[in-house]
Design a protein around this ligand. Structure first.
Ligand SMILES: Nc1ccn([C@@H]2O[C@H](COP(=O)(O)O)[C@@H](O)[C@H]2O)c(=O)n1
Ligand SMILES: C[C@@]1(CO)OP(=O)(O)OP(=O)(O)OC[C@H]1O
Length: 166
């Protein structure tokens, strides 16, 4: 059995914060604001996984009112969501995500993001794809006020054929 999930998140860009995307620290004069490390890409992926499980969203599992999550690495949150996914009997068939950022240029960091995500999800890198796009300077991302991310994930029941079936 397969289950599909979608995730979307936005964080504001500010001075004095690190920019962390997909668990990779990216040199940039601005970083994302949040209670956690504000890794907008991993948050979208967590929400896609939770959506596929019909298990709510990241804020329900890791409330931003809980000091335990202050400054937490979102890779830790992703690993916890994957533990829940495995406990429900599912694994990641494949995952695709898009980061919407006018700057910085993310292409040099995509491979490391994919490796971090694949490791946290306990799958081969071939099952994970991360893309980046600008908005041609339109909207809040285009004005560099924030970065957004979209993710979709397909889960398969453990024990099921791991290849695509017709
Ligand atoms: N922050 C970004 C945004 C985009 N890229 C790469 O550039 C390509 C073209 O982007 P457009 O928004 O002009 O379509 C895109 O496909 C990415 O490969 C990037 O590295 N970092
Ligand atoms: C990740 C959590 C964890 O405290 O905090 P934030 O970094 O603020 O991220 P957001 O996507 O706004 O909401 C989810 C929160 O639960």
């Amino acid at each position: 059995m397969m289950r599909i999930g979608h995730g979307y998140d936005v964080h504001r860009l500010v001075e004095g914060r690190k920019l962390i995307l997909g668990g990779v620290e990216i040199p940039h004069p601005f970083g994302l604001l949040g209670h956690s490390d504000a890794d907008v890409l991993l948050h979208a992926i967590c929400d896609a996984l939770l959506g596929a499980l019909a298990a709510g969203d990241i804020g329900r599992h890791f409330p931003d009112s809980d000091p335990a999550y202050g400054g937490v690495s979102s890779l830790k949150l992703l690993r916890e969501v994957i533990s829940l996914t495995a406990a429900r009997g599912y694994g990641v068939q494949n995952l695709d995500a898009t980061v919407v950022a006018q700057s910085p240029r993310l292409a040099p960091f995509i491979r490391d993001m994919v490796e971090n995500i694949a490791t946290a999800c306990q799958v081969d890198v071939e099952r994970v794809n991360v893309k980046a796009t600008t908005t041609e300077e339109l909207g809040f991302e285009g004005r560099r006020e924030g970065i957004s991310a979209h993710a979709v994930v397909l889960l398969r029941k453990n024990g099921a054929n791991q290849e695509f079936e017709a």
